[in-house]
Design a protein around this ligand. Structure first.
Ligand code: ADE
Length: 246
């Protein structure tokens, strides 16, 4: 099947091998199917010295090293176009969430600049912000050793929203954090065969065939789970007293 890819994603890193999992699973298949294209670029190829240096000591002192702007400039100049979105994963960025994933899944070109060490010289984001849209984003309140694993997380969250990547559209609608009937609720418990496993059964209602009742039950379970696990997401919610089903 030949078609124009829906999205082009370029990822720049000093560890291109870190991005190898992108050839697996749904993301790998979507590339094979021509739905998206992913290019991985080795930042060190833009270094000019014998040691392929990409970092230096921070001005003003302090621990660790900072990535120098020159290799970033050379690489980004060759990858960016005027309608690219340049994404810089960093613990000091704005929070990445499902809403951001949905927005970015509609873009034509995403470029991830994966920093290591103490980060990339700030002039890189300052310079490119004058030329393209730039987003500095954090995937959660913890510190990773580099942007690569954050880029993997974001690429998966974004690309599974593209039509044709996930087989069953309903599974996207029902996801926790998705904008469907279960908007802002965590997914409730799920069951499959066997009906009895190590003495544990399946809620009767799921075997009843009454889809209206099943829907209502799932909604209630989702509400309970959200109130318990994530009271910050629950409408009006502190955790309910009493047991949560699962
Ligand atoms: N780089 C290091 N930690 C990060 C985080 N939490 N999110 C995004 N990029 C990061």
């Amino acid at each position: 099947m030949h078609r124009d890819p829906l999205i082009q994603i370029d990822i720049i890193s000093i560890f291109p091998q870190y991005l190898a999992p992108l050839s697996l699973s749904l993301v790998g298949k979507a590339q094979d199917d021509g739905l998206m294209r992913i290019g991985v670029h080795d930042l060190r190829e833009a270094a000019t010295d014998r040691h392929r240096t990409v970092d230096d000591q921070p001005y003003g002192g302090g621990p660790g090293m900072v990535m120098t702007p020159e290799p970033w400039g050379r690489t980004l100049d060759s990858v960016l176009t005027e309608d690219s979105l340049l994404i810089i994963p960093t613990p000091s960025g704005q929070r990445f969430d499902q809403r951001v994933a949905t927005e970015w899944s509609q873009r034509k070109h995403l470029v991830f600049a994966c920093g290591r060490y103490e980060g990339i010289d700030t002039r890189v984001s300052d310079y490119y912000r004058e030329r393209v849209e730039v987003a500095e984003v954090c995937i959660g309140d913890y510190v990773l050793s580099g942007g690569e694993s954050a880029a993997l997380v974001m690429v998966e969250a974004i690309t599974r929203l593209l039509p044709g990547v996930v087989g069953n559209v309903q599974s996207i609608v029902d996801d926790s954090f998705a904008d469907g009937p279960m908007e802002s609720l965590l997914e409730g418990p799920v069951f499959t065969r066997p009906a009895n496993w190590r003495g544990l059964g399946v809620p009767e209602i799921l075997l009843s065939g009454d889809h209206g009742k099943i829907q209502a039950w799932r909604l209630e379970q989702a509400q309970r789970r959200t109130a318990f696990m994530r009271p910050d997401l629950a409408p009006g919610g502190t955790p309910e007293s009493g047991a949560v089903a699962h």
